[in-house]
Ligand binder design. Structure first.
Ligand SMILES: Cc1cc2nc3c(=O)[nH]c(=O)nc-3n(C[C@H](O)[C@H](O)[C@H](O)COP(=O)(O)O)c2cc1C
Length: 170
């Protein structure tokens, strides 16, 4: 499958069926994150996979009980290990770095026939507490994963290329 087809196929999936993700698929998703590029190759990430039901319940509470988390088979918390590096262009790198790693994992999930959704709607302090993330670190996002409930998928629009791209000038 061509990368562009995976990109076109992917939708945020907010409801999953109750089928377990195979370990090999989870590993390939984590591997995709591991291999992502980062500023100065600092790899300032830690991925925490939530498999334990009692921990998942606490994460669900921190996410206001949303269906995406409730029905996801696995949740990966994408966390920082360093938030201090500033790139030569003056921007902090960790948001870019962790976003790229998350994107790689989402695309690999799609390739594996799984659905995914980035979740940022949570009480970070609660997540940090449950997952013992150090106080100085950030929970960048949660990635909900599972087999898609195909009926729940929604089409989303994108701006046209003409609207977002020009040659030479803004
Ligand atoms: C940075 C970021 C944060 C997001 N946070 C949430 C969220 O908290 N809850 C949610 O349901 N979707 C969240 N999403 C998913 C977006 O709503 C979704 O990607 C967007 O509407 C486009 O839809 P699509 O992914 O199906 O193409 C987030 C996506 C991104 C990139």
């Amino acid at each position: 499958m061509a990368v562009i087809d995976i990109i076109k196929e992917r939708r945020s999936c907010r409801k999953f069926i109750s089928k377990k993700i195979e370990d090999s698929k989870l590993n390939s998703i984590l591997e995709a994150g591991r291999l992502a590029p980062s500023a100065k190759n600092r790899q300032p990430w830690r991925f925490i996979t939530i498999t334990d039901e009692s921990i998942k319940e606490k994460i669900l509470n921190a996410c206001y009980g949303i269906d995406t988390i409730k029905t996801a088979d696995k949740i990966i918390a994408v966390c920082t290990t360093n938030i201090n590096y500033t790139m030569p262009n003056g921007l902090h790198s960790h948001i870019c770095d962790l976003s790229i790693a998350t994107s790689f994992m989402m695309l690999q999930a799609e390739y594996e026939g799984l659905g995914s959704c980035i979740i940022t709607t949570y009480i970070e302090e609660s997540i940090r507490d449950v997952l013992t993330v150090p106080f100085s670190m950030r929970v960048h996002c949660l990635l909900a994963l599972g087999y898609k409930d195909e009926n729940s998928l929604e089409e989303t629009e994108r701006k046209s290329l003409d609207d977002i791209h020009n040659f030479e000038h803004w």
